[in-house]
Design a protein around this ligand. Sequence first.
Ligand SMILES: C[S@@+](CC[C@H](N)C(=O)[O-])C[C@H]1O[C@@H](n2cnc3c(N)ncnc32)[C@H](O)[C@@H]1O
Length: 323
Amino acid sequence: MNVVIEGSAKIIVPDSDIPEHARAIGFYNPAMKANRDISVAVAKSFVSGGRILDAFTATGVRAIRYYKEVGGEVHACDVNPRALELAKKNAKMNGAKIIFHAADWRTLNEGFDLIDIDPYGSPVGHVSSAFRKIRRGGLLFVTATDVATLNGVYPKTCMRRYWARSARVEWSKELATRILLSFVMREGLKYDRAFEPILSYQERHYVRVLGRIVKGASKSDKLLGSFERTDYGFIYMGKLHNLNGVETRGIKILEIAKNEIDVPFYRDIHAISKKYKCPLPKIDDIIERLKRRGFKASRTVFSPTGIKTDANEGDIVDAMKGE
Ligand SMILES: C[S@@+](CC[C@H](N)C(=O)[O-])C[C@H]1O[C@@H](n2cnc3c(N)ncnc32)[C@H](O)[C@@H]1O
């Protein structure tokens, strides 16, 4: 066992040398720290004092951070009794009064203001239940780690799971994110609930969507109006982020998202430079040049070499050449 400090939490985690062993006891993934930092920052802006469910708690790190950094009544759930034992020990060590459930979270008969879904692999079996348990105006956060499926390595699996065509394209991370978003939204629309995105992104190993649930047929119809029939299927093409009211300072991805323009899909400047054998200036210079020419342009959360712009490919090439 090791001691780890993450955010406000100090927790015991299993040695990660043997991943199967760590999973059996309570899985802690240090690479998900940013996922948890972002979740806490967004939750803090909306649900202080509410009821929060960490549905897949493992070591309890996320629940402990929600308790200490957001506040409110925090519940944590895990089907694995050994993980729950470790999570309880960690909560005690942190003085966090968390309500634990040794169960499949879908069997809980309570309503929540925030449900955080962070399973191994795909979340598809869990999203529908979340919509029925979220209270009016509540938040739903969903992680998917089946990135090979969503990024176009296994398009058939993607079609079966998400009813959309993933593809290995320049913008596959945004496509993956829109495929997950579309799935989550459709699950809500069945119950006249609209999932309004707060933040949507992909890091290397996971896709994550954070949104607010608004009830009602007219809001649901409006959301459905942002779906389009594309080469990838019937996909949500609307806004990926709405960070009004969220404290973004100090978290890079939130700062980039706040300034990201609302244009699907991003382009990669390395790919364009290679394709047209044109120079590769600094990304901020390309963005400035495009803006000076009257186009909209910004960075994107999906890639440090990605740009969002309403300029066409020829105009991007001209801006890269400085013409
Ligand atoms: C990826 S880990 C969760 C990591 C954790 N959320 C974090 O941020 O560190 C997935 C956990 O979910 C648990 N789990 C799987 N299916 C579940 C279910 N239906 N209900 C509750 N817990 C479940 C597993 O036992 C495992 O501990």
